[in-house]
Design a protein around this ligand. Structure first.
Ligand code: C2O
Ligand code: CU
Ligand code: CU
Length: 478
């Protein structure tokens, strides 16, 4: 597959320029948007786009290896996503997105978040098994000029989790402007795995987001568009039209669907197979060979792709016809590894004889939504869940007026396991720990979940606009 930018023949552009102008004007009328800026500056076959940015790794400032201390500054920023055009952004310790935090199982962690914005925010650790007070959900607001410190002991296996704001009615907008970051949890099992782990070289964070830009470069967070049209520009780690030079070797991608609303169906441009090794909550028991991967908002997936035998110089990670990330193959192997036949032992969440069963019906009407017929109310506790008892949660979707293909159901405070999808066992890539599960329209997904920490937590659709427009509930673990 050719690169998207260079796949538009010049004559087509010339002969359809008036059509494009017309469409542009129509778009301007309808959406206040412009012709997608991704086509600007597409010059020659040699133009590779922009080198993929890597989030900085934030240093742990606690010298005690048993402890970690991090400081996150929530701040305004400016980015040049397009040359010469400045976009106002939000970020943690930088202009866009946030640094990667490395923590270890068993470590005592403190993260101080300083809010330098003029609006409130929260910092939620998505996928972290933590008590309600340190979860960073809508109830842990950090007012302008204030700080909040989360304290927790890492109590879960190695995984790629993430953080983002969760202040009710500001979540979607703040994430859209750039607030999101990754946390890598490591443990003894992950130390022992012979898989790529050199950050930025063969262990690559891939934060996928779609955005709309106005002609002046500003983000166009337009609720009227969301759910109807995909953003005109795809970003990976905040890079427009990104490319990455890699060696011909085994490469690990840590994928996060960090988009507000869009699902992705990821494949490689040559159709090659890859190996799914970790889901939201950590490694699977064994790699799963596949050639296509569905990723819904909030979900993570770690994959290994073997590039050692690729003769071509070019390969891309794509979503249908959209290029997500270009790879240019340069040097040869520096890392001698094979796809491991086994990874870790994943303990099965035990279920008692008569587990409490709860049903959650997700229904959307455009951007609005309900769970079990109710819109989110911050003053209402929807469920009280006993600590330490495994429950079965049955998640269904109901047809709304403008139905989506389905909803990503996310639960705070635990990693769950999928029992069944429409009565069948989950596919192998969904057999590990999860915190977000896509429930297609008309489907019934049953999960088993047990909470080990007390406090107030959220469950919601991770399409952030659904979450903010009613499709969320809260439960107290006690
Ligand atoms: Cu990713 Cu309630 O969060
Ligand atoms: Cu979460
Ligand atoms: Cu939804």
């Amino acid at each position: 597959m050719a690169k998207k930018k260079s796949s538009i023949p010049v004559y087509t552009v010339v002969y359809t320029v008036s059509t494009l102008l017309l469409i542009g004007m129509l778009l301007l009328e309808v959406y206040g948007a412009v012709v997608p800026p991704r086509f600007e500056g597409a010059s020659s076959e040699e133009d590779r786009g922009n080198p993929l940015a890597f989030p900085a790794v934030l240093e742990d400032s606690d010298p005690d290896p048993e402890k970690a201390f991090f400081e996150l500054d929530v701040q305004y920023g400016e980015m040049e996503f397009f040359p010469g055009v400045v976009t106002d952004t939000l970020g943690y310790n930088g202009d866009y997105l946030g640094p990667v935090l490395h923590v270890r199982e068993g470590q005592e962690v403190q993260i101080q978040v300083n809010n330098h914005l003029t609006s409130p925010t929260t910092t939620h650790w998505h996928g972290l098994d933590v008590d309600g007070d340190n979860d960073g959900g809508p109830h842990q607001g950090i007012m302008p000029g204030e700080s909040w410190t989360a304290n927790f002991t890492v109590d879960q296996p190695a995984a790629t989790i993430w953080y983002h704001p969760h202040f009710h009615h500001l979540t979607g907008d703040q994430v859209y402007q750039g607030m999101a970051g990754l946390i890598y949890i490591e443990d003894e099992q992950s130390d022992d795995l012979n898989i790529p782990n050199t950050y930025g070289e063969n262990d690559i964070p891939v934060v996928i987001q779609d955005r709309n830009f106005r002609r002046d470069g500003s983000f166009h967070y337009n609720l009227a568009n969301i759910g109807l049209v995909t953003g005109d520009t795809l970003l990976v780690n905040g890079t427009v039209d990104p490319y990455l030079e890699v060696n011909r070797e085994l490469v690990r991608l840590r994928l996060l669907n960090g988009s507000n609303f869009e699902n992705y169906e990821l494949t490689f441009s040559d159709g090659r197979e890859f190996y799914f090794i970790a889901s939201d909550g950590g490694f699977l028991e064994a790699p799963v060979e596949m050639d296509s991967l569905f990723l819904t908002p909030g979900e993570r997936a770690e994959i290994l792709v073997d590039l050692s035998e690729v003769t071509d110089d070019y390969l891309a990670l794509v979503d249908g016809r959209d290029v997500i990330l270009d790879f240019y193959l340069t040097g040869d192997t520096t890392f001698a590894a094979e796809i491991p036949s086994t990874l870790v032992t994943v303990p099965d969440i035990p279920v008692g004889d008569n587990p409490t069963t709860r049903t959650f019906v997700l229904e959307s009407e455009g951007l609005h939504g309900t769970i079990n017929g109710k819109e989110f109310d911050m003053d209402r506790i929807d469920k009280v869940v006993p600590k330490g008892e495994t429950e079965l949660w049955v998640i269904r979707t109901a047809e709304g007026s403008r139905p989506r293909p389905g909803h990503p159901f996310h639960v705070h405070g635990a990693q769950f396991q999928i029992v069944s999808r429409d009565g069948n066992p989950p596919p192998p890539e969904e057999a590990g720990f999860k915190d977000t599960v896509f429930v297609a329209n008309g489907e019934e997904v049953i999960i088993k979940v047990v909470f080990h920490k007390e406090g107030l937590f959220m469950y919601h659709c991770h399409m952030l606009e659904h979450e903010e427009h009613g499709m969320m509930g809260q439960f107290r673990v006690e």
